[in-house]
Ligand binder design. Structure first.
Ligand code: PLP
Length: 384
């Protein structure tokens, strides 16, 4: 049965995200956790880190989870662990948050940009194959890894990507920063690839109260290696570096918040699904959105549609009290820092998406009436 949304009237102010409502529901427990941390004083590496990692494994079924300082670190560190750097090609979609591209470059590797599927907004697997072939035809790059991004909370097509990766000897490092809580073929994100990165940025589906992230892995040895890299590449004594590493730690306070929020996560996930199903019903056939397959359960980190004349529609929605946001109005290859990696013919679907996408309010504390009000405002704006 669909989870019931809260009972706020439709004319109550609509938030794009609502961290305040969420905080109210867990505030006493968080205050207790602050006091515990103040008492034990282990602000770094406290028991909350182990608790958070254990709970992440229990929730997702991942063999190991390593809490780190941000989603960006969660992408850089596996590339360091795998030893990828100069001369190594890492395939990423051209329509994502800039962190995906930055992570590849910070590891010293070369991002190779792949177009997206216009229906899912995720990596186009045929274009991935083409781009791998192209890299294999050059002398200066080795095809090493692929980072599919689970945009807006919809898992990339991991089955198809795994086939391509296996055929070419590539490792998959999933960028699930926006998609904690997504499922594919009944399996949770975190187990869909060998290695999955996620972010605890506060507005993510599972967010902390500051920066944080986690790396979920299928192989415990990889987990141990990442723990060493997280603490400057040290061994058990945490003094001598036995390999190159960074400060990739997630502090006790963030781990406590995430551990606490995991307790309410499933209820929140269900309410996102309920809100999204109203959007889907009301908007079907009227605006194009993101198409999930039968195998997918979308995590609805964001609810995004395509609209014509986006600025005008946005302004009308704002007048109607409906906040919106754009993720993203510039594809990776058109950002100054990454222009040198632009494919000769561009990335047509990434470019089109960046002109058309508009994200609507999406969080677990929306009321049914508010979701209808967003739909009324959008459908009205499209008609005028
Ligand atoms: C797709 C994607 N990848 C990576 C990141 C980086 O996460 P963080 O901001 O925690 O470093 C984000 C965060 O916004 C993201 O949306």
């Amino acid at each position: 049965m669909a989870a019931a949304l809260n009972a706020l009237p439709g004319d109550a102010p609509i938030q794009f995200f609502d961290l305040k409502a969420q905080q109210a529901s867990i505030r006493p427990a968080l205050e207790q956790r602050w006091l515990t941390i103040l008492d034990h004083g282990r602000y770094i590496g406290g028991p909350e880190v182990d608790e958070c990692e254990q709970k992440l494994c229990e929730f997702t079924g991942a063999a190991d989870a390593v809490a780190v300082g941000s989603g960006t670190q969660a992408l850089v560190m596996p590339l360091i662990a795998l030893g990828y750097g100069h001369g190594d090609a890492v395939f990423i979609p051209g329509f994502t948050y800039n962190a995906t591209a930055n992570a590849v470059l910070l590891a010293g590797a070369t991002p190779v940009l792949v177009d997206i599927d216009p229906n899912t907004f995720n990596m186009d697997v045929e274009d991935l194959e083409r781009k791998i072939q192209r890299v294999k035809g050059t002398r200066n790059l080795r095809a090493r890894a692929v980072i599919p991004v689970d945009l807006y909370g919809l898992a990339a097509d991991y089955k198809a990507i795994q086939e391509v990766a296996d055929a070419h000897g590539l490792v998959i490092v999933g960028d699930g920063a926006q998609a904690f809580g997504a499922k594919q073929d009944g399996k949770w994100l975190g187990t869909l690839a060998e290695i999955t990165a996620t972010s605890f940025y506060p507005t993510k589906t599972l967010g902390g109260y500051g920066d944080g992230g986690a790396i979920l892995v299928r192989d415990k040895e990889m987990g141990d290696l990442l723990r060493s890299i997280r603490w400057h590449g040290t061994g058990d004594n945490r003094k001598e570096s036995i390999r190159v590493g960074i400060n990739g730690r997630c502090d006790s306070i963030q781990c406590a918040v995430v551990a606490e929020k995991l307790g309410i996560f499933e209820g929140e996930r269900q309410r996102r699904i309920t809100a999204a199903s109203i959007y889907n019903q009301r908007l079907e056939g009227k605006v194009e959105g993101q198409t999930a397959s039968q195998a997918d359960e979308h995590a609805y980190g964001l609810y995004t549609v395509r609209v014509p004349d986006r600025d005008a529609i946005r302004a009308k929605l704002q007048d109607a009290g409906v906040p919106t946001a754009i993720y993203y109005d510039t594809p990776i290859h058109q950002m100054p820092a990454f222009e040198q990696f632009a494919p000769a013919r561009g990335l047509p679907e990434c470019e089109k998406a960046s002109r058309e996408v508009l994200s609507l309010p999406m969080h677990p504390y929306l009321s049914e009436d508010q979701v209808h009000r967003v739909c009324d405002a959008l459908l009205g704006a499209l008609q005028r």
